[in-house]
Design a protein around this ligand. Structure first.
Ligand code: SF4
Length: 307
């Protein structure tokens, strides 16, 4: 640098002289150039000109080719179609496959009267049917009638039902139900939902078991632990509360199937669709099922499907 010449310093004011003017001049120039480029593009003469659209393309934007839809994305040939897990066709397919898998299933609890079924169902809470069936033959031999149970105190019954778990509560419920049936219903188990629900220890599940399996009355759908789990896996409900699950199932399953459906699902839950590690590779419902905890799958998980 020649002597005597000092390099240009930033302005002390903190503002760069002429910078704004220079910026404005350069942006104006850029606008002019862009405008010229656009014109070039329109007439097809610019350096980066794209071919001018011809025919109908002149009027609108070029259409993009729709991506092919995934079979489970719910989109068919570009038209979005929402996946509906409770679509009548899908539900009918599930019911048909259950009929094929479990054609003649019935209640697995051993019983020979409505009262015995009430007792067995109360004892089956938090226990397995196998466990209950081990206890009840001796229990019903010892106390053959509802009047015999009604004459007991809960403490007297406890040793007989101890192995089914929660035996104190269960003893109280069984003895309480027996006393109520003897006192209010002439020793006969009522075949009416409202009356059954007045018995101690009897909620909708037990009432539905007794009404469906003994009286052949479809007043609701039995929601036990298997029905609860599998209805959610099959997306027939998103609820967690048994009463709400039952309401959902009653809406999507035809009434004439309510009794059989519960038995079928309970069998399915014991055989294949077990709580941990369901045996999906052996399941005939597999390609209809998008359960989040499937152990094997031939279908993509639908984004809406979760358990
Ligand atoms: S595919 Fe698996 S999770 Fe689905 S219903 Fe069958 S066993 Fe259950």
């Amino acid at each position: 640098m020649p002597r005597g010449q000092v390099p240009r310093q930033p302005a002390r004011t903190g503002r760069q002289d002429k910078v704004r003017a220079a910026q404005s001049a350069s942006s104006k120039k850029a606008r002019v150039e862009r405008s010229a480029g656009d014109k070039d593009a329109r007439v097809g003469t610019g350096a980066f000109a794209r071919p001018a659209p011809t025919g109908r393309q002149k009027k609108g934007r070029q259409k993009t080719t729709p991506k092919p839809a995934s079979p489970l994305s719910g989109k068919v040939s570009g038209k979005p179609k929402a996946y509906n897990p409770i679509a009548p066709d899908r539900v009918a397919d599930i019911l048909q496959r259950l009929d094929h898998l479990y054609p003649n299933v019935t209640c697995a609890l051993t019983h020979s009267s409505a009262w015995e079924l009430v007792v067995a169902t109360i004892l089956s809470a938090q226990s397995t049917d196998v466990n209950v069936n081990r206890v009840t033959p001796e229990l019903f031999r010892k106390y053959p009638t509802v009047q015999a149970f009604a004459a007991l105190t809960p403490e007297q019954l406890e040793p007989d039902v101890r192995s089914t778990g929660f035996f104190r509560n269960k003893s109280k419920s069984v003895v309480g139900a027996a006393k109520k049936i003897v006192a209010d219903f002439g020793g006969q188990v009522p075949d009416d939902m409202e009356k059954l629900l007045t018995l101690p220890g009897v909620a909708r599940k037990t009432a539905n078991v007794v009404l469906g399996s003994w009286f052949g009355k479809a007043e609701g759908v039995v929601v036990d632990t298997h029905v609860h789990r599998i209805s959610r896996r099959l997306e027939l409900t998103k609820q967690n509360d048994p009463v709400k699950i039952e309401q959902d199932l009653m809406k999507v399953i035809p009434r004439e199937k309510w009794i059989l459906f519960s038995h079928q699902i309970i069998h399915h839950g014991r055989k294949l669709c077990i709580a941990r590690k369901p045996k999906c590779a052996e399941c005939s419902l597999e390609n209809l099922c998008h359960a989040g905890d499937k152990t094997w799958s031939t279908v993509d998980m639908h984004p809406d499907a979760k358990v």
